[in-house]
Write a protein that binds this ligand. Sequence first.
Ligand SMILES: Nc1nc2c(ncn2[C@@H]2O[C@H](COP(=O)(O)OP(=O)(O)OP(=O)(O)O)[C@@H](O)[C@H]2O)c(=O)[nH]1
Length: 559
Amino acid sequence: MSIKYKILLILLLLAFVTHTLITSVYYINSQKLVKKLATYHLVSMANVQQQRMNGFIASNIEKLKLITSRTQMRRSFASYQQNQNKAHITLIKKILLDATEQAKSIEDIWLLDTTGKVVVSGQGHNLNRSYSNHPLFLNAKKSTSANLLLNEREGQVPTIIFSAPLYLEQQLLGVVAMQVNMELLFEFLRDYSGLGKTGEVLMATESSQGNILFFTPLRFEHFPQLFNRNSAIASLYKTERSESHDELLITNDYRNETVYAISHFLPELDIVIIVKMDQDEVLSFNKELQQLIVYLIFFLILVVLIASVILAHKITRPVITITEVAVMISRGELKKRINEYSDDELGKLAQALNTMADRLINTNLMLEEKVIEKTAELQKANKKLEVIAQTDALTGLKNRGFFDKQIETEWRRNMRLKSPMSFILIDIDHFKSINDNKGHPVGDEYLKKIANLLSSSVLRAGDLLARYGGEEFIIVLNGTSAENAICFANSIKDGVENLQLLNEFSSVAAVVTVSLGVCSVTPHAEISIAECIKCADEALYQAKRNGRNKAVLKSLKSP
Ligand SMILES: Nc1nc2c(ncn2[C@@H]2O[C@H](COP(=O)(O)OP(=O)(O)OP(=O)(O)O)[C@@H](O)[C@H]2O)c(=O)[nH]1
């Protein structure tokens, strides 16, 4: 995998992990927050309902107080209790009816005597009915009270009765009971504003059997509804007779839907106000948020992907250029350069690569110059060596090795030209006696002097002169006939004698002399070089036998 894709992968992974972590934490917290917000909302809604109920109770108690303050009614009721005159009842009834008609919230008003029996009623309801053991009578004897009158039969709406003691000159005459219009109460309970699509406000109380009666209108069912005390919805009814805890309750309601609920206890009526909303609706905000988060993650990853591609390209582009140029330089294309580079480390690397290529070119040039120089030196040394290898150290003449090689070339050339060649072998006479009597250094000296003479005699290009043995020399004259060759040999013989190198121990002369064997031939395929040399050697032998200090010619005839 290239660096580009590695960078891309790392950036994507980092982005994915970071985004997922952040959004997960955010989502978890948002869930808690949503729950908290729902609790605050339901609590405030419950507070509003509780205030409304308190207002409803307070306004009705106010109305009841106005009724109980009616002096004419109290006097008439006191008079009736004394003389049982029905005319008082008629007057009281009229007063009660007037009061009922004036306030829409009042259904009916009754007066109960001190035994709890209904003596007079504005609408004529409940006449003669006794409430002697009922809280509405028992409480009212002490002070004004609000009482919920349950009717536990299905479909029957309960009623709220406000009752207050009725005094005349500090004498208890009885109790005034005021039945309110429940519809007015239910009207504001049916106002679901602020409660979404599923929220509702309910009021519940405990029935005589201990079950829970939801007596206010239900949003999704008929009312009232009586629920077993062990049912899930019954748990919404809080029996604590204390201040509300504002504690969120999650349970199933009458539709078996999971709901979030807050309940507040209303001690005046011994009822519980419940404000609830479906969990799904409460959490729907969070679901929207969840969806938003998913879209956001995808969007962010897309942004990171694009940014990563651009970044990876920006980072790896110089790396790729550097790599390409480095590969080319490694292949020997030293003129390749990186033309654009940044200010960062990669830019420095590119500059270093350019400098390295420049230095390589300079080094190569220097090396080439050195190689040329050294090659020239080597060639010079080789030539020197070659000369040394071909030269006899004592006399400075060419040695036998050189002669053997060179003679082949000359032989072939003369064979082509059909030109004659003369081989002359020269041997110093009685040289041993010089060594023996005068010593080797003198012998060497004589050899050098004779060699110098020979060198100065053999001047034609193409002729060969070499030291052939200890005190033996060979000359090959190219293009020279036998007659000319013997002449040349004799001139050599005379030349050596004229050197006047003393040899008192020679039987030939007092000075050093030489014997020469000459063999002339025109090279052809049937004759070899060895045969020619052998022929010259035989001529030399002949010269020695004939008394030395002589040149003898011998010819090799073509077969
Ligand atoms: N000083 C010296 N002596 C050499 C050299 N090479 C060969 N000799 C000597 O040359 C002598 C040759 O002697 P011989 O071959 O017996 O012949 P000669 O004494 O010359 O007698 P003839 O050839 O019969 O006249 C030997 O004593 C060799 O040691 C050399 O480089 N320097």
